[in-house]
Design a protein around this ligand. Sequence first.
Ligand code: SIN
Length: 308
Amino acid sequence: MELSVDIAGVKFPGLFMNASGARCVTREELLALGASRSGAIVTKSMTVDRREGNPSPRYYGFPGGSINSMGLPNLGYKAYADLIPELKRFGKPVVASVAGLCEDDFPTIAELINAANPDLIEVNLSCPNIPGKPQIGYDPDASERLMKRVRKIVTVPMGVKLPPYFDPAHHKIMGDVIGRCGVDFLNLINSVGNGLVVNPETETAVIKPKGGFGGLGGSIIKPVALANVRAFWRHFTGRMPIIGTGGVMSGTDAFEHLLCGASAVQVGTALVEEGLDVFTRLESELAICMRQKGYRTVADCRGRLKEL
Ligand code: SIN
């Protein structure tokens, strides 16, 4: 089964790749992704300065999902700029995920990272875990300002990773904003921000930062992810490449993302829980699923969700 895909003119040898944050902070983790079946190497979202992130425990997996409040632990953008040439030797796309703690950080990082020539840049407008910093993607004016500033700098395909939206009015507002900013692809969705998982035995939250509030991932968020993929697929009438992220634990989950309009999928919780072998499993499960349904390529089923 042919599972290679094209996103914004860049060829991905496989449609499964790591979600930013999952096993992609250090050089060793990034090299391991390069050697794995991941269809790309997506870096941890980088900030100007190196960060240790939030205090532990800051990730917790449970049946059905995960909660995290990592707080953007990363090596700092200069270290990732230095690593990009080495990562490109694996012959698969390198996706640099750019974050920031204030608006001015984004163009600063984008400039140096763009010069290091990753295959794509993903602008993360949706980290829910920095105390006192709301998710930029929930502020359409700030998102527009920021994307336009980064767009002026970036010469490789530029995408944005958005938080989930829960109302069609918000899909429309953000879709219109994105349409004005020269965005080449979307990544939908980041974790569902500020959930709270409680351990009734200990009568505590399961993670420490922000009083236990953190981003939810895994199966429990799949319907929210699918709805966002579908809503933006429709907004852009299928002409905006979308990476679907959220709840991809099996090949069938990926198939559902494709039906809703995704061109590729990212894997977060399942990669953290299962390790790099997850990519081989997901590829073979998706191939079986597509074959059973008579689809021969990813393009054959993309966006083909039937309405009742
Ligand atoms: C984190 O590092 O807290 C997660 C990053 C993100 O959700 O964008």
